[in-house]
Design a protein around this ligand. Sequence first.
Ligand SMILES: C[S@@+](CC[C@H](N)C(=O)[O-])C[C@H]1O[C@@H](n2cnc3c(N)ncnc32)[C@H](O)[C@@H]1O
Length: 213
Amino acid sequence: MKTKYKKIKKAITNNKRIKLNIIKDEQLAFKSLVVKSTKLPSKLTTIQPIKTVTQKPIDLVIEDKPAKEKYELVEILNKIILGDCLKIMEKMPAECVDMVFVDPPYFLQLPAGRKLLRWSGTEVNGVNEQWDVFKDFEDYDNFTKNYLTIIKRLMKPNATIWVIGMYHNIHRVGKIMQDLGFWILNDVIWFKTNPMPNWLGVRFTNATEILQI
Ligand SMILES: C[S@@+](CC[C@H](N)C(=O)[O-])C[C@H]1O[C@@H](n2cnc3c(N)ncnc32)[C@H](O)[C@@H]1O
């Protein structure tokens, strides 16, 4: 019995594929299993691989549709929802999130009709995408107030929010957050090793962004 046990142990230790018939009332114990092999070790046959449960592919991305009026938490847990986040958040249940990360538009437009030239004379392009265009600071502030208010409804009482921005916009964002009752606990400095160069050589190079938490 002892020899048999050793042979089985050796076969398993050497990762041999063996067939083990599990029977309950035999004396030969191996680890926590009670096992018997009829033809060990000369005719080792295969151990059937543990059947893997075939998992259905998980749909990680949900495409938001206007017809969809409401999301239940179970539908969206660990998913990415593709669409206009302002509309999507309105469809989500209140107090359902623990953490929010926002990288909002920075309103990095150059003043209309103004050009920013590098010392070499070439022109600096601002952010031209429509999502970054606001009429003026008031327009930008209203946008900021709106998304922060929408977000606040989704946050659990002990949730946290991280909003990132840079010197152009982060102070406005911080003021609005405080006005809305967010308690600012930290500002985290993202130190950039590849910042926008100091084109004109007449001011400090700004090499940071700030996360308000
Ligand atoms: C400052 S950028 C952030 C970029 C992003 N962190 C990345 O690394 O690609 C702001 C982003 O917000 C997106 N955005 C603006 N308004 C949005 C909205 N209502 N719904 C979803 N995304 C929006 C823009 O398309 C843009 O990509």
